[in-house]
Write a protein that binds this ligand. Structure first.
Ligand code: TRP
Ligand code: SF4
Length: 405
């Protein structure tokens, strides 16, 4: 399916409250959320049920991190006036859709998701041979499809989950989007567009179906969006009819990858809690200084006079994120000629990290002082999210013929 035009798209993303956020989250996900919130209709949520799939033995972890995580989002610049912030478990429609999708997802699809086996091996100390854990990506699909989101900002490790979501949406639409008189109803809906628009729609549909003209789809969608006299159902039907299939009840989302979704940690590997190489989003400055001062460098630089090679040094990875070109040139020359010491080299990174964190820490402090404000933002977000999810579930129930009279 061709991507929907920007103004039609919704964005959704979630984060699991399993520990304090670190700079990897900031560079990897939060910065992109901040960027997207002004361009799209954004929904960001605390994935507490997803956290439970790995922390069912110590659920207190979730409550202990949840509010701090929301404060981290706000500190990072997520604007509750622009984006809807909510908690997954307060929108039970996610669970309902998860259950309904569980009826149609082949077991093999879930067993084949790479994170399923990977995580089981990585988190050996936990028993993840559970129904809930197998269903992790299915719950994620429900999160996304409940909002009929078009874009999902995620890290690279999540792309397989978005792919599963697309396949599920396709399967759902195939199974339940083809009501018997689909073509007739679509043709009747076209006539409701009025003569001129109907002719325009038909010609755009033709050039898409015969020549694969993506621009024509965009134009046709724009036409449908502004069409005055058709119902929501007819509109959806005509979106689906454009591409030849049935009615699109659940649109296929796309992953939106962040350029720096591989923020390096203190050891040069990707920054991640499981590697113990993180710097907290609003970690105490003294602790940040100490971590950076003691982080490993090119092992060839045993003594100050030994030259080094930036490409073999994790500090260099951080310079790539934080330093200007001038500073980077200074590092490359100084390192290879042993003109600078490693502590000298680290100083600009230390300064840059502290400068990045300062406003985050200040903004977080404001919210920490007013827990009621934060609770209020979430309460409002939950209501707004629920309204949207409820609408989708109404349609899903109808499509699955679960509405009895
Ligand atoms: N699985 C995601 C992660 O670990 C979190 C998540 C849950 C999510 N539901 C989602 C992300 C829906 C995007 C959309 O990062
Ligand atoms: Fe790494 Fe800088 Fe030391 Fe070179 S001078 S080894 S880049 S910390």
């Amino acid at each position: 399916m061709a991507p929907l035009p920007a103004h039609y798209q919704r964005v959704i993303s979630g984060m699991r409250p399993t520990g304090p956020l670190h700079l990897g989250h900031y560079h990897g996900v939060l910065k992109s959320w901040v960027q997207l919130q002004h361009e799209y209709e954004c929904f960001f949520f605390v994935a507490d049920w997803h956290a439970l799939t790995t922390h069912y033995e110590d659920p207190q972890v979730i409550g202990a991190n949840l509010w701090d995580m929301v404060i981290d989002w706000l500190a990072a610049g997520i604007d509750p006036g622009a984006a809807t912030l909510f908690i997954q478990s307060r929108v039970p429609e996610h669970a309902e859709l998860h259950l309904l999708l569980s009826m149609i997802v082949p077991l093999g699809w879930l067993e084949r998701v790479p994170t399923y086996r990977e995580q089981q091996t990585q988190l050996k100390e936990k028993d993840l041979a559970t129904y809930g854990f197998l269903g992790y990506p299915l719950l994620q699909s429900a999160d996304i499809l409940a909002y009929r989101a078009g874009l999902v900002p995620v890290g690279e490790d999540q792309v397989a989950h978005i792919e599963l979501t697309r396949e599920l949406a396709r399967r759902f639409n195939y199974l339940y989007g083809r009501d018997p008189g689909f073509e007739d109803k679509a043709e009747a809906a076209i006539r409701k567009l009025g003569k001129r628009n109907a002719r325009f729609y038909r010609s755009l549909r033709k050039s898409y179906q015969e020549q694969g003209d993506e621009e024509a789809v965009d134009k046709a969608r724009a036409l449908l969006e502004t069409a005055q006299n058709i119902s929501v159902g007819d509109r959806e039907r005509l979106y689906g009819y454009l591409e030849g299939g049935g009615k699109i009840i659940l649109p296929e989302p796309e992953a939106w990858l962040t350029p720096t979704s591989k923020m390096p940690g203190l050891d040069g590997q990707k920054m991640s809690k499981s590697y113990g190489n993180t710097i907290g989003l609003r970690e105490d400055p003294e602790s940040v200084r100490k971590k950076l001062r003691t982080m490993p460098t090119d092992p060839a630089r045993v003594r100050r006079i030994d030259p080094g090679e930036p490409e073999k040094c994790p500090v260099w990875q951080l310079h790539k994120i934080y330093s200007t070109e001038d500073t980077r040139r200074w590092v490359e020359e100084g390192c290879r000629s042993a003109g600078i010491g490693c502590l000298d080299c680290k100083q600009p990174v230390i300064d840059a990290v502290l400068a990045e964190q300062r406003p985050l820490r200040e903004k977080a402090a404001e919210y920490l002082d007013q827990p009621e404000t934060v609770r209020g933002i979430i309460a409002e977000g939950c209501d707004a999210a629920r309204d949207v999810a409820r609408e989708t579930l109404d349609e899903v129930r109808h499509a699955m013929q679960l509405v009895y009279r």
